[in-house]
Design a protein around this ligand. Structure first.
Ligand code: FAD
Ligand code: UDP
Length: 375
C-alpha cells in the first residue's frame, strides 16, 4: 500500500487548493516543490517590512463570489484597486484606456468627443478583419494609442513584432468612456492583508510539505509513494519532451531597496517605449498602503526563455498549441494522474481561474457534493 493517498507536485495555488480540499476530506497528502519555499509564483519575500512579490506583481480580481469568499476565509483582502500609469516619452497617461487617457492624449472632455476622435483614429487605420495583435489594436483604438501605449510595450514584452502576435492578447485591455482608472472590470479585487504567503500558508495547514524536492530527480520513488498524483509541473517534461519542447516567455526582475518613503506614488508604472528596456516598475508597498521608511522597487525586464529560466508566459501560437494538444491527449488517458495549473495545462491563468479549476478538480475527483466551505 502506498504511504499517501495523494502526492501533489508543485505548491502553487493549484497544488495548495487541491491539497487543502483533499486534506479536509480525510485524505493523506504529501506536497512537494522543487523550490526552497511553498506558494509558487505568488510567493512574497519580506524586505524592509514590505511584501515583495518575488515572481512578479500579483493583484487578485474575480467576479466569482464563491472564489472570493473562499480566499477571504483564509486571509482578509484589502481594497487595493489596480490603476497603472503609463509613461511614454516623458509624459504620463492613465490606464486602462478611459476618459482620463483620452483627455491627456487629445484634450477631449466628453464621452461623445472621445468617441468621435476614436472613430477618426480607427477610420484612418482601415482594418477590416483583424488577424493579429497589431491589426486588432488598430481596429479597437487606432494609430495614436497603438503607437504610444501598445506597440513598444507589447513588442518588448513578447520579443517579436505585434503583427506576428495573436490578437487575443490585447482583448484583455478594457476601453471605457468614464473617468475610471480601475484596470479590471471584476466585482471583487484586492491584495491579502499581510501578503499572499498568508493565503498559501492557510491553505497548507495540516498538509505535509517537502521543499527542495524535484519530482523528476527520483521519479519512480515519487510515483510509488502515493495512490494518486496531482501534477502541476511542465507537461512536456512529464512526457520526456517526446513531441518537442513547449516555449515560454521569461522575465528578469531587478529588485532595489531605496532610502526614501515613496518613489513613484503608485504600485505600477508601465514604460511603453521600445527604447526603455523594462516594461514596468513595481513599488510593492503601495499594494498594501505601506508607510515604512524605505521602499522596494522592481524593474521587470522581458527575457528570452531557456530551460534554465523561469517559464512565465506560454506562447500560444500555432506550433506550441499543436504540440500541447498532443501532450494533452496523452494526459487524458492517465487514470492515476490529475494535471492542473498553468504549467501542466500550458495556459495563462489568473489566480482566481487556477483556484476555481483546482476546486472543480477536487469535486470531480471525490465525486461528492462538498460545497466550497468558508473556513
Ligand atoms: P505556479 O504558481 O507556477 O506553481 C507551480 C509550482 O510547481 C512552482 O512552485 C514550481 O516550483 C513547482 N514545480 C514545477 N515543476 C516541479 C517539479 N518537477 N517538482 C516539484 N515542483 C515543481 N494572476 C492574477 O490573478 N493577477 C495578477 O496580477 C497576476 N500577475 C501575474 C504576473 C506574472 C509576471 C505572472 C507570470 C503571472 C501572474 N498571474 C496573475 C498568474 C498567477 O501567477 C497564476 O495564475 C498562478 O500563480 C498559477 O498557479 P499554479 O499553481 O498553476 O502555478
Ligand atoms: N499592454 C500594452 N500596454 C500596456 C499594458 C499592456 O500594450 O501599458 C498589452 C501587452 O501586449 C500585454 C497585454 O496588453 O502583453 C496584457 O497586459 P496585462 O497588463 O494584462 O499583462 P500581464 O500583467 O498579464 O503581464
Amino acid at each position: 500500500m502506498p504511504e499517501y493517498d495523494y502526492l501533489i507536485v508543485g505548491s502553487g495555488l493549484f497544488g495548495c487548493v487541491f491539497a487543502h480540499e483533499a486534506t479536509r476530506r480525510g485524505m493523506k497528502c504529501l506536497l512537494i516543490d522543487k523550490r526552497n519555499h511553498a506558494g509558487g509564483n505568488v510567493y512574497c519575500d519580506k524586505v524592509e517590512g514590505i511584501n515583495v512579490h518575488r515572481y512578479g506583481a500579483h493583484i487578485f480580481h474575480t467576479n466569482d463570489k464563491a472564489v472570493w469568499d473562499f480566499v477571504n476565509s483564509f486571509v482578509d483582502f484589502n481594497r487595493y484597486t489596480n490603476s497603472p500609469v503609463a509613461e511614454y516619452q516623458g509624459k504620463r497617461y492613465n490606464l486602462p484606456f478611459n476618459m482620463n487617457t483620452f483627455y491627456q492624449l487629445w484634450g477631449v472632455k466628453t464621452p461623445q468627443e472621445a468617441k468621435d476622435k476614436l472613430a477618426v483614429e480607427i477610420g484612418l487605420s482601415k482594418v477590416n478583419a483583424p488577424a493579429n495583435l497589431e491589426q486588432q489594436a488598430l481596429s479597437l483604438v487606432g494609430k495614436d494609442i497603438y503607437e504610444k501605449l501598445i506597440k513598444g510595450y507589447t513588442e518588448k514584452q513578447w520579443g517579436r513584432p505585434a503583427s506576428e502576435l495573436p490578437a487575443f492578447i490585447i482583448k484583455r485591455l478594457p476601453l471605457r468612456f468614464t473617468y475610471d482608472n480601475n484596470y479590471f472590470n471584476d466585482r471583487y479585487q484586492g491584495i491579502p492583508i499581510g501578503g499572499y504567503n498568508k493565503l498559501t500558508e492557510g491553505l497548507l495547514e495540516g498538509v505535509e510539505v517537502r521543499l527542495n524536492s524535484d519530482y523528476f530527480s527520483d521519479r519512480s520513488k515519487w510515483d510509488n509513494i502515493a495512490e494518486h498524483i496531482v501534477f502541476t509541473g511542465h507537461i512536456d517534461q512529464y512526457y520526456d519532451y517526446r513531441f518537442g519542447h513547449l516555449e515560454y516567455r521569461s522575465l528578469r526582475f531587478e529588485h532595489e531597496v531605496l532610502n526614501m518613503e515613496n518613489y513613484q506614488g503608485n504600485a505600477v508604472v508601465n514604460y511603453t517605449e521600445r527604447e526603455v528596456p523594462y516594461t514596468r516598475i513595481i513599488e510593492h508597498k503601495h499594494f498594501e498602503f505601506g508607510t515604512q521608511e524605505k521602499t522596494v522597487i522592481t524593474r521587470e525586464f522581458p527575457d528570452e526563455w531557456t530551460q534554465q529560466k523561469e517559464a512565465y508566459y506560454p506562447i500560444n501560437d500555432e506550433r506550441n498549441t499543436t504540440i500541447f494538444e498532443k501532450y494533452r491527449a496523452l494526459s487524458k488517458q492517465e487514470d492515476k494522474v490529475i494535471f492542473g495549473g498553468r504549467l501542466a495545462t500550458y495556459q495563462y491563468y489568473d489566480m482566481h481561474q487556477v483556484i476555481a479549476s483546482a476546486l472543480k478538480a477536487a469535486k470531480v475527483q471525490f465525486s461528492d457534493n462538498y460545497e466550497i466551505t468558508i473556513k
